[in-house]
Design a protein around this ligand. Structure first.
Ligand SMILES: [Zn+2]
Length: 250
């Protein structure tokens, strides 16, 4: 069985068909308070859906929701499997002038610091958006709060950052982008299977196709073919990794 470890369940118009015989569980990640409320309600009504709550770092307009999201996490701490999507901005800084980018990044560091402190106190795994050089700041904060379990979702960056997160026993989720982006696919070659889990990050689109959890099977097959490891082995290692990451069975 496959698990989609990172998907924006609440952003689909219709969740029918997101689970199938292959993909029996999907972990949804909220991007803000409202998205978290919607996600919680979907997870309460539908077996196989699990929630992570947080503030997406690329939407700095939501950083003022920090206190509300912290309360939301506390109030639902027994129900959620992780805190996420949290992390540090990268893409959204590209269009900003240097002063503004610096100010936004500083605020993002504060939001991440607060949410990791909460994760540490509640002993929750975290789902991180921290690509390229932002991974070093994220790693420093994970260390500060002694976070044991972390997922660097759709991670791409320097080999040195990858080695450090592997050393810490953190996980990297690999998604359908490996099927349509050669540079990313080449990067994924460096991720050991022991640290790998699968995601769709849906409904993000891949080559014009809406991302859905079912795509994780194609991603796993791709890894299996490329590495010459049987699909069932890739499937079982990723399943075990997912259980360790989220500290639960699915
Ligand atoms: Zn995401």
């Amino acid at each position: 069985m496959f698990i989609d470890v990172h998907c924006h369940i609440d952003q689909y118009k219709n969740i029918d068909g997101l689970l199938n015989d292959d993909v029996k569980a999907v972990v949804g990640a909220a991007i803000d308070f409202e998205s978290g409320e919607k996600l919680l309600s979907i997870c309460r009504q539908n077996a196989g859906f699990y929630a992570a709550l947080g503030i997406h770092p690329e939407y700095s307009g939501n950083f003022n929701q920090l206190e509300a999201v912290k309360r939301q996490i506390e109030e639902n701490k027994d129900e959620i499997v992780a805190i996420g999507e949290i992390g540090l901005p990268y893409y959204s800084l590209e269009g900003m002038d240097e002063m503004e980018a610096k100010a936004v990044y500083k605020r993002a560091l504060h939001v991440l610091d607060e949410l990791l402190s909460l994760a540490s106190r509640l002993q929750k795994p975290v789902v991180l958006h921290a690509i390229e050089a932002t991974a070093y700041d994220a790693l420093a904060l994970l260390e500060k709060y002694r976070i044991e379990s972390a997922l660097f979702h759709w991670f791409e960056g320097e080999e040195r950052a990858l080695s450090r997160l592997i050393e810490k026993g953190y996980y990297v989720s690999v998604g359908p982008d490996v099927l349509c982006n050669k540079a990313y696919d080449d990067f994924v070659d460096k991720v050991p299977l022991e640290n790998m889990v699968f995601e769709s990050d849906g409904p993000w689109e891949y080559a014009g196709e809406v991302g859905v959890p079912a795509m994780v099977r194609s991603v796993a097959r791709h890894i299996s073919n490329k590495r010459g490891i049987s699909l069932s082995r890739v499937e079982s290692v990723a399943y075990e990794n997912t259980c360790r990451l989220y500290k639960r069975f699915f």
